[in-house]
Design a protein. Structure first.
Ligand code: F6R
Length: 365
């Protein structure tokens, strides 16, 4: 049932304030401002020397954001790879590490093969899934549910924000167990998570403006997405979502890589979507935006009020999202990139929920 929406994807985008709340209520004790992991862990975060994450597509981008969190807040070294590369690389692994597999369906063939490889390498195997009765869940030592309800649209939306919410909680738990964050920091980060559902509702209210921008984007041949730090995976996710459902060519780049190649593509016909809420890196991104503007590139800036004030001068299109703690900013920043892809696809007249050539669950290699 699509409710009042034209597509399941729209319904699932709009469900996110509730689905994030639902995920949070499983992982967080809001009253105590603490993370409370209910699953029995077959390992101790404090003893881990390494976390290895593998996943595919959008689930891989969830892992890519989480890498920043586990490194920063838990001081845990992280290896991350797309499962289809990881499994054939057969990397040597030190016994006793934790391997975490992220999969909405729990049936992705490459992710499952990566899991079996890690189990054979003496790793603790954990998975983060939506479908609890899946093969990946069954073969894991511990299963972390994301609890966002069935996702029908082929393009993943609410599963991503649920994966990120659960991963953020796990990073806090790991940080506490490893002594790299104290109780006060835990409380600060938990408050940041608790503020998310209402911030997501506010971000969803930019829909009319995004529809106008998307109308213009639907005429583009290529679109570039840029981000730094945890916004880099958000940029890649934005590009993936746009190509999946609108069939417009898009690429996500680390903003600092612009001058190492992709800037050669920038001209008046090239929209450049810059995902840059105000944080310690936003000034660096400003210089990349100036490089784009100097070549006539059309910038669409996703930022908060502070970012608009400090780096938004002369930018015609600013999609403003509420200001949140930088910890949760990558979760919030996925909302406008989802809406951009959705509305652009609607203008293109594509089959949004069933894009060509794609399947919801990729059980072949
Ligand atoms: C993108 C998308 C895919 C999946 C990928 C992994 O919108 O839906 O990239 O994220 O196929 O699927 P799961 O999470 O089921 O392993």
């Amino acid at each position: 049932d699509k409710g009042n929406h034209r597509h399941f994807m729209a319904k699932e985008i709009y469900e996110q304030p509730e689905t994030i709340s639902h995920t949070l209520s499983h992982y967080v004790d809001m009253g105590a401002e603490k993370v409370a992991i209910r699953e029995t862990l077959p390992f101790n975060f404090a003893d881990l020397t390494r976390l290895t994450m593998s996943a595919c597509g959008t689930a891989f981008y969830a892992g890519a954001v989480a890498k920043y969190w586990f490194e920063r807040y838990a001081r845990l070294p992280v290896d991350l790879d797309v499962a289809s590369e990881f499994r054939y690389r057969e990397p040597p692994m030190q016994k006793g590490g934790l391997s975490l597999f992220i999969s909405q369906s729990g049936e992705t063939a490459d992710t499952l093969a990566a899991l079996r490889y890690c189990a054979g390498q003496g790793q603790h195997v954990a998975s983060l899934v939506n479908t609890l009765e899946s093969t990946i869940a069954r073969e894991s030592g511990v299963v972390f549910p994301i609890l966002c309800g069935p996702e029908i649209g082929v393009a993943s939306t609410k599963a991503l924000t649920a994966q990120l919410t659960a991963l953020a909680s796990l990073a806090i738990a790991a940080g506490r167990a490893r002594g790299s964050i104290d109780e006060a920091t835990e409380a600060e980060l938990v408050r940041a998570l608790t503020a998310l559902p209402s911030a997501v509702s506010e971000a969803l209210a930019a829909e009319d403006q995004i529809r106008d921008i998307s109308k213009r984007l639907s005429k583009a041949k290529d679109v570039l997405y840029l981000g730094r730090g945890p916004m880099f995976p958000v940029a890649m996710e934005g590009a993936l979502k746009l190509k999946e459902i609108s069939y417009i060519h898009a690429e996500g780049y680390a903003a600092g890589e612009l001058k190492h190649g992709p800037i050669a593509l920038v001209d008046e016909a090239m929209p450049v979507i810059v995902v840059a809420p105000s944080d310690e890196l936003v000034d660096k991104t400003l210089s990349n935006m100036q490089e784009v503007a100097a070549r006539g590139g059309k910038i669409i800036l996703v930022t908060d009020a502070e970012g608009a004030r400090t780096v938004g001068h002369g930018v015609a299109d600013i999609i403003e999202i509420p200001h949140v703690h930088s910890f949760v900013a990558p979760i919030l920043a996925t909302i406008p990139v989802q809406l951009i892809a959705y509305h652009t696809a609607v203008f293109m007249g594509t089959d949004v929920d069933q894009p060509r050539n794609l399947a919801k669950s990729v059980t072949v290699e």
